[in-house]
Design a protein around this ligand. Structure first.
Ligand code: GFB
Length: 314
């Protein structure tokens, strides 16, 4: 990419797209194209077609997606499969027909089989059944991966697919029903601290393990791979270490300054027991994350205090 290449970041108001946009600006890219959801509905094929015809982006970061935590995924599977299939089909196909020079598709570590050996190597894709709580979302993302690969093979589209692990950071969704675990815990512990409550409920058993990547680290990797990776094989993006949900909860409580009791609601799903990525291919290219988990949580809590509580939403 040249500094003045036309670069479209799809989903720039989201956690991932927002971080990629900030990273591109920081790195001196000046010709960035964005559209809000209200300006461009990516599930509308005609609208997407019109946008590509008019703007003619040269590079596309496909970070637009319907995402959510374990409860949202298991409650609204139809929405997750429908919206993600439509968004990615429209954008990937338009990118090909309008001569995009390179497209980067963002997937998720939940595409791997539920009980695959750990750490998860890229070649484990499609070797076993998926975790049921996010099967619809995972199938949509797998379709996106296969679509990018197929357009590369048949049409020569220069497309790559990244599989990030569980993400968090500034710009995250803090809604308790639809969020992922870290923002939910930041909010729960903060509210308990403020109200003087002595008990916080954490979903599940606390034993599942998750690998967490700060979204600013993902954004650096996303731009780095756009510039340096050219292969049809998917590539994992993570930190290479995971923690139990119980340990993550204790860490969030400590950062937020909550010292009450933590109780577990085992009527809520645990989801997949573990999904630690094997990041040796990406690490061999020289990329490393900068945030450790404590600093990343502190950074996210700071953002929450400045943007969520101050907006009167909490
Ligand atoms: O982050 P999370 O919703 O996503 O949940 P997944 C991770 C773990 O944290 C689960 C537990 O074992 C949850 O039961 N947990 C504990 C909580 N307390 C809470 C809470 O208050 N809120 C939430 N949300 N979880 C999603 C997938 O799976 O992760 C998507 O559904 C996607 O497809 C995404 O891959 C990254 O890691 O279980």
């Amino acid at each position: 990419m040249d500094k003045d290449s036309r670069i479209y970041v799809a989903g720039h108001r989201g956690l991932v797209g927002g971080a990629i946009l900030r990273r591109l600006e920081e790195a001196g890219y000046t010709n960035l194209v964005t559209r809000t959801h209200a300006e461009l509905d990516l599930t509308d094929q005609l609208a997407v077609e019109g946008f590509f015809a008019e703007e003619k982006p040269e590079y596309v970061f496909l970070a637009a997606a319907k995402v959510g935590g374990i409860l949202a995924n298991s409650t609204y599977p139809a929405d997750f499969i429908r919206e993600n299939l439509l968004i990615q089909t429209n954008v990937i196909d338009a990118a090909h027909r309008h001569g995009v020079r390179k497209l980067e598709f963002l997937g998720s570590s939940c595409i791997y089989p539920k009980l695959a050996p750990q750490p998860l190597k890229e070649e484990y894709l499609l070797t076993g059944p998926l975790e049921p709580t996010n099967e619809a979302y995972a199938i949509a993302k797998i379709a996106g991966i296969v679509m990018v690969k197929s357009y590369r093979r048949q049409h020569g589209l220069n497309g790559i697919s990244l599989m990030p692990t569980n993400l968090y950071g500034p710009g995250d969704n803090f809604d308790l029903e639809s969020s992922h675990v870290l923002p939910a815990l930041i909010r729960k512990f903060h509210e308990a601290k403020m109200s003087g409550s002595t008990q916080v409920v954490v979903w599940g058993t606390g034993t599942p393990r998750r690998e967490f990547l700060h979204v600013d680290d993902l954004a650096v990797a996303a731009v780095f791979l756009m510039e340096n990776y050219d292969d049809e094989q998917i590539i994992n993006v993570g930190v290479g270490e995971d923690v139990s949900i119980a340990d993550a909860a204790a860490l969030v409580a400590d950062v937020v300054g909550y010292d009450g009791e933590i109780v577990y609601d085992t009527s809520k799903p645990d989801g997949t027991p573990r999904k630690l990525l094997d990041v040796s291919r990406l690490f061999a290219m020289g990329w490393r994350p900068k945030f450790d988990l404590r600093r990343g949580i502190a950074d996210t809590y700071e953002w929450f205090l400045a943007h969520v509580t101050s907006a009167g939403n909490c």
